[in-house]
Ligand binder design. Structure first.
Ligand SMILES: Cc1ncc(C[n+]2csc(CCOP(=O)(O)OP(=O)(O)O)c2C)c(N)n1
Ligand SMILES: [Mg+2]
Length: 282
């Protein structure tokens, strides 16, 4: 994996590393709590952390982000207190959704995070609405919304891209392409070579990047954000990665060819960045 530090100094590189590591450490704790029966469900983002963390770091702190079920790095990236996050996952009334749910279906106005509902797709249109509000108020802001590659087969995805393009909305559609939507591999999900082509179909710019390279994600999203604000246009970013664990912890990975897990294991976003940082003397 090739890292380019560009204008980043050592302190900034280390700050990025801490941000990248935090969701991994939390997840490792959650997997223990799950086996102890202290939480009931967990969607793992292990191996995909560079996307949520990098994209969140690239946005302005006040800009709305609309994450999904694997994007713990958005919540930690916005500095949500860990005590309340842990209460949330344990279904406590002191959690963000007041004990009504124990997973990732929650947000926080204070942190400009718009919580998802369980259905895949609706938040894409909500992001259009947020971007429209920014545009009407002439604010130099963009909205960032996540989708899995599976979610791009939903009707909502196509409607949201089309409206964003026709109405010139400053919204970033970030597609996390992790190879599987539940047990459905990409080859059975769609037949275009890249999801960027779906953006082109709606007259929108797009780019495919290595989603496991934290510096690539940050640099790309910073540039894309500036583009969306300056030109008042939407943009699609397809981040290539892999789902290293089951869809959720109860479902396993029996249907995933082991060699894929082995290959992608070598592309781990944290191990690779850490090795590079050591070489840089950070
Ligand atoms: C409209 C809708 N259909 C099906 C589901 C059930 N479901 C939840 S997550 C998921 C897989 C989504 O795959 P993808 O979009 O690739 O995201 P990933 O889980 O890989 O991050 C499915 C089928 C749902 N929540 N909503
Ligand atoms: Mg997927």
């Amino acid at each position: 994996m090739y890292f380019e530090r560009k204008q980043l100094n050592n302190d900034e590189l280390v700050r990025i590393y801490r941000n990248l590591l935090l969701p991994r450490i939390i997840e490792e704790k959650m997997l223990v709590l799950l086996r102890q029966g202290r939480i009931s469900k967990w969607f793992s983002g292990i191996g995909q952390e560079a996307i949520a963390v990098g994209a969140t770091l690239a946005m302005d702190r006040e800009e709305w982000v609309l994450p999904l079920h694997r994007n713990l790095g958005v919540f930690t990236g916005r500095g949500m207190p860990l005590s309340r996050l842990f209460l949330q996952w344990q279904g406590s009334s002191a959690g963000y959704s007041k004990g009504r749910e124990r997973s990732f279906h929650f947000g926080s106005r204070e942190h400009a995070i718009c919580g998802m509902i369980s259905h895949l797709g609706p938040q894409l249109g909500v992001a259009d609405g947020i971007a429209l509000a920014y545009k009407l108020a002439k604010k130099s802001r963009a909205a960032l919304v996540f989708s899995g590659e599976g979610g791009t087969s939903e009707g909502d995805f196509h409607e949201a891209l089309n409206v964003a393009s026709v109405w010139d909305l400053p919204v970033i559609f970030l597609v996390e392409n992790n190879g599987y939507g539940l047990s459905t591999p990409v080859s059975e999900q769609y037949r275009c070579e890249s999801i960027v082509y779906k953006a082109e179909g709606y007259g929108m710019e797009g780019v495919r990047i290595d989603g496991n390279n934290i510096l690539t994600v940050i640099d790309t999203l910073r540039g894309v954000r500036e583009y969306c604000i300056k030109y008042q246009r939407p943009y699609l970013v397809e981040c290539m990665t892999f789902r290293m664990r089951g869809h959720e912890e109860a479902s396993g990975t029996k249907y995933v060819p082991p060699e894929l897990l082995e290959d992608w294991g070598k592309k781990d976003p944290i191990a690779n960045y850490e090795n590079w940082l050591r070489g840089e003397g950070c």
